[in-house]
Design a protein around this ligand. Structure first.
Ligand SMILES: [Zn+2]
Length: 259
């Protein structure tokens, strides 16, 4: 039985053949969205730090129901850090950093981790050194704050940071395989992008929606970084491509870039 599948075109279907072997540059639209996401992330991290300052203030002032209010503020702090960091990571997938400057690359990709530390570490120090809390209270509040820092840190850290070089390589590879077109397919649950809409790996899955767009969009929307091997081999076979030509093209670009 043939199933009809809906293909959702993310890029509006206007992908034009592009010159192979060029450095990846985000579209002005992607750059604009990245900037907006970064501003919102910064704002949320600011809210997180304000919540932390509020919690420290309560601790110093010893207000009634201090424990409950501090826990509420720690939750606000945590939620703001996490949402901010998720938006920050998304902005980097839209507008990745270059690996050439290692320090800037690390800082840009892992800024969420620093935000998590700044948003919790001072509070943790205040809790454990406070004279206004007894041992049991310190254990409860300190434990909650340390756990919040751990959760914020893990969710903020980018375990698979995107880079201009990675996008360039992956886009060039797809364009070489795909007759100059940066156009791939993926599904909601898949972890790979495909060159062919009728690839058995997308069609055998129990999904009724196939997405299509550029390599960068597959990364941005689903964090997909891998090309389907079946599609790759099929393209090489069908188009009679030679791996040596690709390597030659890449080394040619590298030498051009170094000139
Ligand atoms: Zn495939």
């Amino acid at each position: 039985m043939a199933t009809t599948k809906k293909v959702i075109q993310v890029d509006g279907g206007n992908s034009t053949p592009t010159q192979p072997s060029r450095t990846f540059v985000p579209t002005p639209e992607a750059k604009g969205r990245a900037t907006r996401l970064r501003l919102i992330a910064g704002l949320l991290w600011f809210v997180a730090i304000c919540a932390q300052i509020g919690a420290i203030f309560l601790l110093l002032k010893q207000v009634p129901n201090m424990m409950i209010w501090m826990i509420v503020l720690i939750v606000v702090d945590l939620a703001s850090v996490i949402i901010g960091s998720l938006l920050w990571k998304k902005s980097n997938r839209l507008d990745p950093a270059s690996e050439k400057d290692k320090f800037k690359f690390f800082l840009q990709n892992q800024l969420g981790l620093f935000a998590a530390i700044v948003a919790f570490l001072p509070l943790i120090i205040f809790i454990f050194t406070s004279k206004n809390l007894d041992g049991k209270q310190k254990g409860i509040l300190g434990g909650i704050a340390v756990l919040a820092l751990a959760i914020a840190g893990i969710t903020s850290y980018d375990f698979n940071p995107p880079s201009v070089e990675q996008y360039t390589e992956q886009t060039n590879r797809v364009e070489w395989l795909n007759d100059g077109q940066d156009h791939v397919f993926w599904t909601k649950s898949g972890t790979k992008y495909h060159l062919y809409e009728d690839c058995p790996h997308i069609n055998s899955k129990r999904t009724d929606e196939i997405y299509s767009g550029t390599v960068a969009q597959a990364r941005e929307l689903k964090n997909i970084t891998e090309l389907c091997k079946t599609c790759e081999n099929r393209a090489i076979k069908e188009r009679g491509l030679k791996e040596a030509d690709y390597s030659a093209g890449v080394s040619q670009t590298t030498s051009e870039a170094n000139e």
